[in-house]
Design a protein. Sequence first.
Length: 94
Amino acid sequence: MKVPVRIPTVLQPRTGGAAVVLAEGDTVGRVVGSLVALHPGLREVMLESDGSVKRFLNLFLGDEDVRYLRGMDTPVPEGSEIVILPAASGGRRR
């Protein structure tokens, strides 16, 4: 099944400028695997050497952070969308 994956602006140069990439898979891990197979330049910025997602990236299945579901084993239902979001942090309190 093809799943739309929304790519953040900071990673779009590695997808040829695409903001949405259709990747295949029935779990989040398989969709991510398909995504990096389609755009190999994403692998080094998205994944650790063990295949886990780098900690400064968040993956959402719909409105749910997959870390609080089943992680990379989270099933992807028909009609779903995955969103990649860079983690927001830092800043100085005033």
